[in-house]
Design a protein around this ligand. Structure first.
Ligand SMILES: NC(=O)c1ccc[n+]([C@@H]2O[C@H](COP(=O)([O-])OP(=O)(O)OC[C@H]3O[C@@H](n4cnc5c(N)ncnc54)[C@H](O)[C@@H]3O)[C@@H](O)[C@H]2O)c1
Length: 252
């Protein structure tokens, strides 16, 4: 990647769920580049260690947590506060795809798992973090939703529904906090080549590519660039909003 905008995140602490890999890790690096200290929350402890070791000059705090578990989220929030003194930015990136199959054959347990990570997770993390942001009257929350939440991908009903729920939750919380210094926005990427592809069928990956007018997958750095702007102080008159990053796929 060539030149890119620099936002000043010095003195800010950013908490990134799903931060050990893929989109979350790219976002964490981009925010750290702007001077933020970061906490990576993830359930994959080996990936967390690897991310910390390869991160760069200012290693992140890494916290093992299942975002779907309220007690674990509360403990992780306390741990992040202890190392930072305050949380200014929350990025909810932890997510799973679930199996690719038609709804009438979709295993009920998998449906529940997808909902609990992709929707209950961001709910629990926002619920834990917002009171601390309110105390400082500043915050930037960015939720990683998906184009699937707007369009509904076939063979991904749980994933699509969870992301539609996340879009609606973003709108509700954005309005609840609109008169504070806290903004809440979400982004809706089309397919980006990350470890998540290992959870999908090749047929599903081909379907997603075929829907992108730019005829390529997005890059994690492109996602991080949009999130950096949404997490910056400069982005101050957008809240409860949904930002497209789909290579031309979205039509609304
Ligand atoms: N890759 C894509 O094509 C794409 C497109 C649109 C949206 N998204 C969304 O972007 C986000 C990041 O996805 P990615 O592509 O970086 O995937 P990824 O698999 O590379 O990273 C996801 C991370 O979340 C972690 N995680 C999963 N469940 C967790 C849990 N219960 N608690 C804590 N951590 C958990 C994983 O360990 C992993 O490190 C997801 O919410 C995904 O739905 C991805």
């Amino acid at each position: 990647m060539g030149e890119h905008a620099r936002y000043d995140f010095s003195g800010r602490h950013a908490l990134i769920t799903g931060g050990a890999a893929g989109i979350g890790l790219a976002i964490a690096k981009r925010l750290a580049e702007g001077g933020a200290s970061v906490s990576l929350w993830d359930r994959d402890t080996a990936a967390l260690e690897q991310a910390r070791n390869a991160f760069g000059p200012k290693p992140p705090h890494v916290i093992a947590v299942d975002v779907a578990d309220p007690a674990a989220v509360a403990a992780a929030c306390d741990a992040s506060l202890r190392v930072s003194g305050g949380i200014d930015i929350l990025v909810n990136s932890a997510g799973i795809t679930g199996p690719n199959t038609v709804l009438w054959e979709y295993p009920v347990d998998d449906w529940d798992k997808v909902m609990s990570v992709n929707l209950r997770g961001p709910f629990l993390c926002c619920r834990a973090v917002v009171p601390h942001m309110r105390a400082k009257n500043f915050g930037r929350i960015v939720n990683i939703a998906s184009i699937a939440g707007k369009e509904g991908n076939p063979n991904a009903s749980a994933y699509s529904a969870s992301k539609a729920g996340l879009i609606a939750m973003t709108k509700s919380l954005g309005k609840e906090l609109a008169e504070t210094g806290i903004t809440v926005n979400c982004i809706t990427p089309a397919a980006v080549h990350t470890g998540m592809f290992a959870q999908m069928t090749q047929q599903h990956i081909d379907y997603m590519l075929s829907k992108i007018p730019m005829n390529r997958f997005g890059k994690v750095e492109e996602i991080a660039a949009l999130v950096a702007w949404l997490a910056s102080e400069e982005c101050s008159f957008s809240t409860g909003a949904v930002f497209d990053i789909s290579g031309g796929r979205a039509t609304y």
